[in-house]
Design a protein around this ligand. Structure first.
Ligand SMILES: O=C(O)CCC(=O)C(=O)O
Ligand SMILES: [Fe+2]
Length: 315
């Protein structure tokens, strides 16, 4: 493993909102990644989610395939996703289980898949509690991000950027296999996240790396360590587009270190119908918009079609 990147730590419980928003701004300009502490999600709940996730992935494959994803919700077996479409591998070495809100348009198009209550009685209540609790964190954090951009605190709610029904939770299991040829095995190949913000919790097994300059060849990958109880937060592509590239959607990947690894990523994404376009405060005559306006649904569809084997979703 290479160098470990030192990332800023943001305390979500600080009463100094403006000061905290300035720290967030700097973190988003410099890295697009930061740790979030004192966020209000208990370690017990985070551990409970990881434990239930392990139980789900331990089920026999045919029982998991009953919940196989339609669109992007449900179970994805090993190699179903390849986050870097240009990679020569057969796919990313990981299993995924994705769910979201049971309400709203997305839930109608892609109903959540739940494991049988007889098999995993605590699964659904634990996951629903996590979803709800992390949404409170997402809302508070996006308020600070809006302040960091000199916008009204509720800006992202007004433009349907924050919508509790549009977020998704992605449970991940990396088997930790190593390649006999000595090549890097990716559990998640190089990519940036698609939405606004991602809140990541892991079981502490290393493997996550970021590449701060995606245009530099060869790419330089730096390790990111976990902080127990903290979320690792990163900016996604739609936030980068909203801010005209000011806030960075940084490329990252997960490499296998020969050990099984579990993580839980919550993607705080805009409403599928929202249009993401350059904020007035982020462009000028000398710095015109770098990206045309785009509907969230269309952006997601484009990315999922490139990265999922046989993707037939509409958002
Ligand atoms: O598992 C991790 O640590 C990161 C996962 C990730 O980057 C993703 O699913 O987008
Ligand atoms: Fe990611």
């Amino acid at each position: 493993m290479g160098t470990v990147l030192k990332l800023p730590i943001i305390d979500l419980s600080s009463p100094e909102k403006i000061y905290t928003s300035r720290l967030i701004r700097q973190a988003c300009l410099d890295h697009g990644f930061f740790y979030l502490t004192n966020h209000g999600v208990s370690e017990k709940l985070m551990e409970g989610v990881l434990m239930e996730s392990k139980k789900l992935f331990s089920l026999p494959l045919d029982e998991k395939m009953v919940m196989a994803r339609r669109g992007f919700r449900g179970y994805s077996p090993l190699y179903d996703e390849k986050l870097d479409p240009s990679a020569t591998s057969k796919g990313d070495s990981k299993e995924i289980f994705t769910f979201g809100s049971s309400e709203g348009v997305l839930a109608q198009i892609y109903p959540n898949e739940w494991p049988l209550e007889e098999l995993l009685p605590l699964w659904r209540p634990t996951m629903e509690c996590y979803y709800k609790t992390v949404m409170d964190v997402g809302k508070k954090l996006l308020g600070l991000v809006a302040l960091a951009l000199d916008l009204e605190e509720n800006f992202f709610e007004q433009v349907e950027g924050f919508n509790v029904q549009a977020a998704v939770v992605r449970l991940l299991r990396y088997p930790g296999e190593l390649n006999s040829s000595g090549e890097v095995t990716c559990g998640a190949s190089a990519h940036s996240d698609y939405g606004m913000l991602t809140l990541l919790a892991t079981d502490g097994v290393p493997g996550l790396q970021v590449c701060r300059d995606k245009d530099k060849e060869p790419r330089v990958w730096e390790d990111v360590a976990g902080i127990k109880g903290a979320f690792l937060v990163n900016i996604g592509d739609l936030m980068e587009r909203w801010t005209n590239g000011l806030f960075r959607s940084t490329m990252h990947r997960v490499v296998s270190v020969g050990k099984e690894r579990y993580s839980v990523a919550v993607f705080v994404d805009p409403d599928p119908n929202s249009v993401v376009e350059c904020l007035e405060s982020c462009c000028s005559e000398t710095s015109p918009p770098r990206f045309p306006p785009i509907r969230t649904r269309d952006y997601f569809h484009e990315r999922f079609s490139q990265t999922f084997a046989s993707y037939s979703g509409s958002g």
